[in-house]
Design a protein around this ligand. Structure first.
Ligand code: ZN
Length: 464
């Protein structure tokens, strides 16, 4: 999937760089030397307006007709819309009904309601433009034909596009492209000053542009695949094989027919492999949750080993392993270690991606178990830090009741508290740990410490 905003800025830069390929290199030195002025940073409103403008221009140029299926009304798009039959032929409802029902479920799961359009451009693509609260998603008819109403595939692709918007990817990409373009200009300028060779200077800048923009696109695509899986499967409860079967279909394109936009995306085999691993992990999660529901501990214990062999970086796999160890009365340190491993993979798994796992119910449970276990082992500051990962009030109360009780206060704004915790000592000698400096300041001497956001254990600080 791609974004027109990226194409637009990308083409702009390449065209500018391209002037130096002219047979007559006369304009090149001026350009190379003169290119020190950076792009002015576009304000987001202007960018959104630009995005729509580009989308509409491209749509008009290709004689595409677009129909809005669902979602928010966007005044700027109104004049570009056609009726359903103009886009989807004489029986549009067979395409529209599944799109609508999937949109409804994905929108609830993702918490945003972008406009959903179908356009009949001859391209195997879908894309997302705008911002989380003001944007739109486009499906092009060839992609719909390819998916052919497979519900789970459609849900995955739609959730992928929702993820681009929800994670503010189009805007981040526009900013990144401006920065990369500035660097490219600097490189060209510097090279030309040193060598006096405009062609070579240009080549260096273009190579830099290609490498960096591709790297950035791949990172975003991977993130949208991961979050898309989570929205479609974990939150909206669609089947876990949608991404896998979609990438299987896409991998069948002969190289000559592959859509060109895929060149700077992660390779299709790579995406297929990742989707497969996520689906395998989901299969194990479903089995484990069912076994836990039935209190079938022997079979849950048997499930954990093959699970962690097949998906070694599964946060949920390590979490269920921790539950089994508690059940088996294993040593506290061993249990804590397993929950640490669980949350470490929830925070940073290479193979599954943190975004694919972040909406699982098991995440919060794993954090509560870990935070309490850290306290029990005497790692109190780490336990206090750890507790900020517990998002639900009910779980927080449980944690406080099981650990710091009255001594433990967390005040202030969590967003502010991301940088520091404050420690103060009450007159009675008891200790106060808080994220609100003003609370701490009124209680006597205080000092601060940076929160170790990864759940790594340190020896407790003496006297704390
Ligand atoms: Zn995409």
């Amino acid at each position: 999937m791609d974004w027109l905003v990226g194409i637009y800025l990308g083409i702009g830069v390449l065209k500018t760089l391209g002037r130096c390929t002219n047979a007559n290199p006369a304009p090149c030195p001026d350009w190379v030397v003169g290119m020190t002025r950076p792009f002015s940073r576009l304000r987001s409103e202007r960018l959104v307006a630009g995005v729509f403008l580009v989308a509409l221009t491209i749509g008009t140029a290709a004689h595409a007709a677009c129909f809005q299926v669902d979602g928010m009304q966007i005044p700027q798009l109104k004049s570009a819309l056609s009726d359903a039959k103009a886009v989807l032929g004489n029986d549009p409802s067979q395409r529209i009904s599944p799109l609508q029902s999937i949109y409804q479920r994905i929108a609830v799961a993702a918490g945003i309601r972008p406009a959903l359009l179908v356009c009949n451009d001859p391209i195997y693509n879908a894309e997302a433009l705008g911002r989380p609260d003001f944007g739109f998603i486009v499906f092009y008819t060839p992609l719909l034909e390819l998916i052919n109403n497979n519900v789970d595939e459609l849900a995955f692709v739609m959730a992928h596009e929702f993820s681009h918007l929800g994670l503010d990817h189009p805007m981040q990409r526009a900013t990144a492209h401006q920065n990369i373009a500035n660097w490219a200009r600097w490189i060209a300028n510097d090279r030309y000053k040193r060598t006096g060779q405009p062609t070579e200077a240009r080549k260096q800048a273009v190579d830099f542009w290609d490498a960096e923009s591709t790297k950035f696109t791949r990172k975003q695509e991977r993130e949208a695949d991961d979050k898309g899986f989570s929205i479609a499967v974990t939150l909206a409860k669609f089947g876990s094989d949608g991404a896998k079967s979609f990438w299987k279909k896409m991998s069948k394109f002969p190289p000559s027919d592959r859509p060109a936009y895929l060149d700077d995306h992660p390779s299709t085999p790579e995406r297929l492999e990742r989707a497969d691993l996520q689906a395998v992990n989901q299969g194990y999660i479903n089995s484990a949750a069912a076994l836990l529901e039935r209190n079938d501990w022997p079979r849950l214990a048997l499930l954990v080993d093959p699970w962690l062999r097949d998906v070694p970086e599964s946060g949920a796999g390590w979490y269920y392993n921790g539950l089994v160890l508690i059940r088996q009365n294993k040593a506290q340190a061993e249990i804590t270690q397993v929950f640490e491993t669980s949350v470490s993979y929830y925070l940073g798994s290479e193979s599954l991606g943190p975004r694919s796992q972040e909406d699982q119910d098991e995440v919060q449970n794993a954090w509560v178990y870990l935070c309490v276990a850290l306290f029990d082992e005497g790692f109190k500051i780490e336990s206090a830090n750890c507790s900020r990962r517990i998002l639900y009030a009910e779980w927080k109360d449980t944690f406080i009741a099981m650990t710091f009780r009255g001594v433990f206060l967390v005040g202030g704004d969590e967003r502010v508290a991301k940088t520091e915790f404050w420690i103060a000592r009450e007159k009675s000698g008891s200790k106060l740990i808080t994220s609100d400096k003003s609370i701490a300041a009124s209680r006597g001497p205080l000092h601060t410490f940076p929160p170790p956001w990864k759940a790594i254990r340190f020896p407790a600080i003496p006297g704390q």
